[in-house]
Design a binder for this molecule. Structure first.
Ligand code: SAM
Length: 294
């Protein structure tokens, strides 16, 4: 069913150049990407999966017209969503990643020698296939680390069956539309809480504090009801709308404000180091105000 025509949001400008336009307009703002080549397009059971070569950010994974990760800056998101919770846990062994089909998060997780098992629960095998074939810069090349086990199913169903199973659970989801919508809702977080061991930690990407502050505050509020420690942290990711991206960490015991930076694996990192581990929790006033809203 491969077809290189008609990627959602692509158009040809008057000068003949090709562009990908973000399907969502926010506050009259819409990102546009100059595309040099379409490398792959397939319509899976869940979404349109495409890989394009953009002029400035290299090879780029696009799902339903929304940019997910790029060759040039994918490392920032993947390091931030993995190293902060894994360093916060004193000895992470069992890790689960929900979503994360570009495989960049799983690749970071196995940098921790204490990790014995990474369950990668991705709903759409086509995302993994495309990322491994066209985006080895993010997904890695060669055989995946044997500690990574792929499960192709809805993360909500998978996690409902798990009890006291994980030290760290990472929700590496797409935006809260389509199959990922349920990954931002309370019943899922309750199941995540049950799936974690007694000192377990979860982290999720909680969208742009500029364009989707409602998502950030609702995730924060829900997790506060369930976990004693909830910390929001930020990263500057040029290709995500607004450039500032939020992550929310919720923990049954360990607090990244008190421990973790000394356990950080820095080898090969291009974004996270100890200074960054400590500073990413320092929040601007407008974000703090958002988090205080009930
Ligand atoms: N780094 C990226 C970002 O924030 O834009 C996204 C990472 S990854 C590509 C997101 C993955 O979540 C997609 O591959 C999508 O198929 C998967 N996904 C969406 N809903 C899911 C669900 N209910 N269960 C498991 N995986 C899901």
């Amino acid at each position: 069913m491969e077809n290189k025509e008609g990627i959602i949001g692509m158009y040809t400008a008057a000068d003949g150049t090709q562009w990908l336009s973000d399907p969502e307009e926010r506050f009259g703002f819409r990102a546009n990407w100059k595309v040099n080549r379409i490398l792959h397009r397939v319509v899976s059971d869940y979404q349109e999966v495409a890989v394009v070569e953009t002029e400035g950010f290299g090879k780029t994974l696009v799902l339903d017209g929304i940019v997910q990760t790029t060759e040039k800056d994918g490392f920032i998101y993947n390091e931030m969503i993995i190293h902060i919770p894994l360093a916060t846990h004193p000895r992470p062994s069992d890790v689960c990643i929900i979503g994360g089909g570009d495989c960049g998060a799983a690749r970071e997780a196995v940098k921790y020698p204490s990790v014995r098992n990474v369950d990668m629960v991705e709903i759409d095998p086509e995302v993994v296939k495309a990322s491994r074939k066209y985006l080895p810069e993010v997904a890695g090349s060669g055989e995946p680390d044997p500690r990574i086990r792929f499960h192709y199913e809805d993360g909500t169903a998978f996690i409902r069956r798990r009890r006291d199973a994980y030290d760290v659970l990472v929700v590496d989801s797409s935006d809260p539309v389509g199959p990922a919508k349920v990954l931002f809702e309370r019943p899922f977080y309750e199941d995540v809480h049950r799936s974690l061991k007694e000192d377990g930690i979860m982290v999720c990407q909680s969208e742009s504090p500029v364009f989707h502050p409602d998502v950030l505050s609702s995730v924060h509020r829900t997790l506060k009801d369930l976990f004693p420690v909830v910390r929001t942290y930020l990263a500057a990711i040029p290709t995500y709308p607004g450039g500032v991206w939020s992550f929310t960490l919720a923990s049954k015991k360990h607090d990244p404000l008190l421990e973790g930076s000394e356990r950080l694996q820095e080898d090969g990192n291009r974004y996270v180091n100890r200074d960054l581990f400590e500073s990413c929790f320092r929040l601007p006033v407008y974000v703090k105000e958002r988090l205080q809203k009930r």
